[in-house]
Design a protein around this ligand. Structure first.
Ligand code: ZN
Length: 445
């Protein structure tokens, strides 16, 4: 392999300058838009620097020819001067005794460098007031701007260019990174900075912050989500979601949404293992608060009603898997059962034997049929353990598949749940108190 000769290198350089000159003869372009046509050539410089270098070389080359007495070069310089500013200014004044005119960039219209600067400054100003650690810049390019750029590339056969969106994204990102020390994140940014090239406006869109955790509901008459009646009255004074709303304040967000792994009724406590959930804080602008700090604030706020344990940041895809927990997981409930006729120890032993891996057919309970789809579901009761507390009262630990309504497993819901404690014992049965004591992966703890 032979080294490229000086002459060869000269030719290559000339080829690029010739090409750039051809571009400028056809189209007025700002430094950035000209440089971008050759973006893949040379490293470690911006398109603005590329464009300026090319314009400088063109001016130098035309000046060389003019000095050699080439009158055509002088005419060309005069004609192209508005497209070669500001590097041509001094020479132009010297040659023609006046200021060159001005021309707008064919692609961006105004001079991309200044526009990028303005957009970056606006973005920095917006992000400065927030407390985020990562970002992503998106650019909205008007179709006519895109087609003008493509037109130049195709008509002049330019193959080393990139597109205007890529340049805007990179340059605005670079300035945000340098000024605020934030990290670009292409997968899960805290904030999306949208630069709209049609209006040259900047919008900062804070993405929801998701945190996974578990909750324990220590009191009855606490619903999982905020429950408002048709008359816009609160059904219960406090909910698990109410407690989490504090995160909106802490993280300077707009709203909080609770995604629970299933739910229990408002009068049912959630004890033992707690119930997994993901809390979503919309438009969180203060995102560097430690999870431990949030935990302390939440638990102080909901003291005696709900206990929270936040674990880690979660991703959007985790929401579906937490919500799906209901179908995969089983639960252990503790029910206080009251019956209308005395039940013996033997009766309870028989109940335990019967409800061992027993399949239950359950129609949507009457009490929720007005707000849930009316279907017949089939769920497994894995086991039942009982403790007799009196002639007509006993406690039952029920290990069942998620999604089974336990109050109706006890009462039978007038035959809509079959079999039930009531039908097996031959009594009327009522679930007076219910707690969830475990939400577990699989059948058993
Ligand atoms: Zn331009």
């Amino acid at each position: 392999m032979s080294m490229m000769s000086d002459a060869g290198a000269g030719e290559a350089a000339e080829a690029i300058v010739t090409k750039a000159l051809r571009v400028l003869r056809e189209y007025p372009l700002c430094d950035n838009c000209l440089g971008r046509m050759f973006a893949l050539l040379g490293r470690g410089m911006t398109n603005a620097e590329r464009g300026k270098a090319l314009k400088t070389l063109i001016v130098m080359e035309l000046h060389r020819r003019i000095r050699g007495g080439d009158n055509e070069a002088k005419i060309l310089l005069r004609e192209l001067a508005p497209r070669l500013r500001p590097v041509v200014d001094t020479l132009y004044r010297e040659l023609f005794g006046e200021e060159p005119g001005a021309e707008e960039c064919y692609i961006c219209g105004r001079g991309l460098d200044a526009l990028i600067d303005t957009a970056a400054r606006e973005a920095v100003e917006k992000l400065m007031r927030s407390n985020v650690s990562s970002f992503l810049v998106a650019a909205r390019i008007p179709p006519d701007m895109r087609s003008r750029e493509d037109e130049i590339k195709t008509s002049l056969g330019l193959q080393y260019g990139e597109n205007i969106g890529a340049e805007v994204k990179r340059e605005v990102s670079k300035r945000i990174q340098q000024t605020l020390g934030l990290r670009p994140d292409f997968e899960h940014p805290d904030v999306l900075v949208e630069v709209d090239l049609a209006s040259w406006s900047v919008r900062a869109q804070y993405l929801p912050l998701l945190i996974a955790g578990r909750y324990w509901k220590l009191a009855r008459r606490v619903s999982q989500s905020i429950w408002v009646t048709r008359d816009w009255e609160r059904r219960y004074p406090f909910s698990v979601e109410d407690g989490l709303a504090l995160l909106s304040e802490l993280l300077d967000g707009r709203d909080t949404i609770l995604h629970g792994a299933g739910r229990e009724d408002a009068d049912v406590r959630m004890l033992g293992t707690g119930r997994p959930f993901i809390v979503e804080v919309k438009e969180a602008k203060r995102r560097t608060i430690k999870i431990h700090t949030m935990d302390i604030a939440l638990n102080r706020h909901a003291y005696g009603l709900v206990e929270y344990k936040l674990a880690s940041r979660a991703r959007r895809s985790d929401v579906a898997s937490v919500k799906g927990v209901d179908s995969r997981h089983s639960k252990i409930y503790k029910a206080l059962v009251v019956v209308d006729k005395p039940v013996s120890e033997e009766g309870l032993s028989e109940l335990e034997r019967f409800f061992t891996r027993r399949s239950i057919k359950q129609r949507t309970p009457r009490r929720v049929r007005h707000r849930r789809p009316d279907i017949v579901r089939e769920r497994i009761v894995f086991s039942v353990k009982t403790r007799r507390l009196g002639e007509k009262v006993f406690e039952a630990l029920i290990n069942a598949e998620g999604g089974l309504y336990i109050k109706e497993l006890v009462s039978g819901d007038d035959g809509d749940t079959e079999p039930s404690f009531a039908s097996v014992l031959g009594v009327r049965a009522y679930c007076a108190e219910l707690d969830v004591v475990a939400v577990i992966d699989g059948e058993r703890l």
